[in-house]
Design a protein around this ligand. Structure first.
Ligand code: PDD
Length: 300
């Protein structure tokens, strides 16, 4: 990103340059990590940028807010109008993402329990995004493993991301794209992605629940697997199964679905992206094309 990066952002009803957006230091997000967020991918189309799986992202935002008992500051139509304006205001020709953050709001003094009568802080920005290149997909990416030391509410898309931040740094320091975490000998997820393995033609995903964030791509990959005739099982995956997988892949808004071909320095399966990855990636592109054309048709 160039130094003049200064998108127009939304903060509590006001649109203005990112460089001028300010929050008070007693914002609960700053003081306690007391807030939630969303990341919605935006794809460049001939008619401007369009979101993918927005309905599902907004539903997850509502669930995250509910789980930490913050009243949703907008209804679905309200969020959609804000996002449409963020996209319009930051028109560019490349792919991008919308980042949305809602915190409990600004307290008068520091104290852990919820302050009474405060309004949530709402922040939204559009950032350019480069999806992994065709070259990197052909090669596949490296991942490393580590013990999952996070709390047991990983299903909440909380801005309290210290555990995830340390895992992302661990990957960066080991020249890897992602850290794949294990808790009690079972696969959980990446620092900012869900993890999938393939064994004998079957696709396996760790169980949804408090140990992982249910990515918007979780249900999508289930659908895509069904479409491609790939049997899918949601169940506990042991460390031995992870290390013995024919294929490993990760999924997220910013990576789509990405093959992992080296795990802790050892080749995964044949050491190349496998056929299940290829089928899912193609199905992902088709699902995207379908939804983006529906978006364009509605916008006209
Ligand atoms: N992260 N698990 C974790 C811990 C994540 O942070 C993410 C996404 C996912 C995948 O979710 P989805 O398919 O909805 O992107 C799983 C986003 C991209 C982020 O924090 O930037």
């Amino acid at each position: 990103m160039s130094d003049d990066f200064d998108p127009t952002v939304y903060l509590n009803g006001v649109w203005g340059p990112l460089s001028e957006a300010r929050i008070p230091v007693l914002d609960r997000g700053f003081i306690f990590g007391d807030g939630v967020y969303e990341v919605v991918p935006l794809y460049a189309t001939p008619d401007g940028r369009a979101p993918f799986r927005l309905t599902q992202h907004l539903a997850r935002l509502t669930r995250s807010l509910g789980k930490i008992r913050i009243d949703n500051p907008f209804d679905d139509a309200g969020w959609r109008a804000l996002i449409a304006r963020a996209i319009e205001t930051n028109h560019g020709d490349g792919d991008a993402l919308v980042y949305i953050q809602v915190t409990r709001g600004v307290a008068k003094r520091r104290g852990h329990a919820f302050p009474a009568g405060i309004e949530p802080t709402v922040f939204m920005m559009v950032n350019p995004l480069t999806f992994p290149s065709a070259e990197s997909r052909e090669q596949g990416a490296r991942a490393v493993t580590a013990e999952d030391k996070r709390w047991l509410h990983c299903d909440i898309k909380s801005v309290s991301l210290l555990g995830n931040v340390l895992m992302a740094q661990h990957a960066a320091e080991n020249d890897a794209l992602e850290t794949i975490q294990l808790r009690d000998g079972l696969l959980t997820e990446g620092s900012s992605s869900n993890v999938w393995i393939v064994k004998g033609g079957r696709l396996l995903g760790a169980p949804r629940g408090p140990r992982i964030l249910e990515g918007i791509r979780y249900a999508l990959i289930e659908e895509l697997a069904a479409e491609a005739g790939i049997p899918f099982e949601e169940r506990d995956i042991t460390e031995a199964e992870l290390r013995d997988a024919d294929e490993i892949m990760i999924s997220s808004a910013t990576k789509e679905v990405m093959p992992i071909t080296l795990l802790d320095g050892e080749p995964v399966g044949a050491g190349r992206p496998g056929p299940v990855y290829a089928a899912l990636y193609d199905a992902y592109q088709r699902a995207k094309a379908r939804e983006l054309s529906e978006w364009a048709a509605r916008a006209k």
